[in-house]
Design a protein around this ligand. Structure first.
Ligand code: ATP
Length: 233
């Protein structure tokens, strides 16, 4: 479904991603792991074309999306939830969700407000409250719910477990497993190995913008030297 082939991405002169390649199959949940500054966010931005790779290509569902504008990438069915939450604080929850609404998409789950409120009961209870009244965890949920209103077929979640209370982290894991059961393809960026192991089928480890590992969590467990070298946990 997604194929990243030898991308090189830069911020100005700083060469951040180095010949990075990996692919994600339909319905898979893949965790991008690595320390602070390893290049996980840059990888997500390079997929969305928010950072345009200088070489290499990104293919989504057999379309070469390299160099096209980020809003076109979104329209093709890629939903991106950045690490910093981006909700409209002066709009209500309901209004925030309406902003994200797009037409249903062939081959992707179609989300209704009712389905989202079932998935995120906290948001349902507070649907007429303004964004600024929400806790950090609720804002995170609202950002995800708003992205789902675009009916993506591939969802990119940057550090979904970061900065939220432990009980909400558990809820977040269940939510991602629920996405998977609906057939959504998901890429998460994580520093929390435990969380990644619960939700993901496969780990791609990045260090210094290079891929160092791409396999199952069982394979990762059998190679503790990889974990020690590239993960902080
Ligand atoms: P984190 O967990 O801290 O978000 P990450 O693995 O997502 O880490 P990136 O945010 O992709 O890492 O950063 C990769 C490298 O690019 C780091 O060295 C970072 O300092 C650098 N970097 C990130 N954003 C910019 C920018 N806008 N301009 C210049 N350098 C940047």
């Amino acid at each position: 479904m997604l194929e990243i082939n030898g991308i090189n991405s830069f911020y100005g002169k700083a060469h951040i991603l180095n010949d990075l390649s990996f692919s994600v199959g339909q319905g898979e949940v893949v965790a991008l792991l690595g320390r602070n500054g390893a290049g996980k966010t840059t990888t997500m931005k390079s997929i969305m074309q928010l950072v345009r790779p200088r070489s290499g290509s990104v293919r989504f569902a057999d379309t070469d999306i390299t160099g096209i504008s980020p809003h076109k990438v979104a329209r093709l069915g890629l939903g991106y939830v950045p690490e910093e939450r981006r909700i409209f604080t002066d709009l209500t929850i309901l209004e925030n969700l309406e902003v994200g609404r797009q037409a249903p998409r062939v081959g992707a789950p179609t989300w209704t407000l009712d389905a989202l409120f079932e998935l995120f009961p906290n948001l349902a209870e507070r649907q007429n409250n303004r964004g600024k009244a929400l806790s950090g965890g609720e804002q995170q949920m609202l950002t995800i719910a708003r992205t789902l209103m675009g009916n993506p077929s591939l969802l990119l979640l940057d550090e979904p477990s970061e900065g939220i209370a432990p009980v909400i982290v558990e809820q977040m894991a269940q939510t991602i497993l629920n996405f998977k059961s609906q057939g959504l393809t998901v890429i998460i960026s994580e520093q929390n190995l435990h969380f990644a192991k619960i939700v993901a089928d496969r780990a791609v480890i990045i260090e210094g913008g290079e891929k160092k590992f791409d396999d199952t969590f069982e394979a990762l467990e059998s190679q503790p030297e990889i974990r020690d070298a590239y993960l902080s946990i």
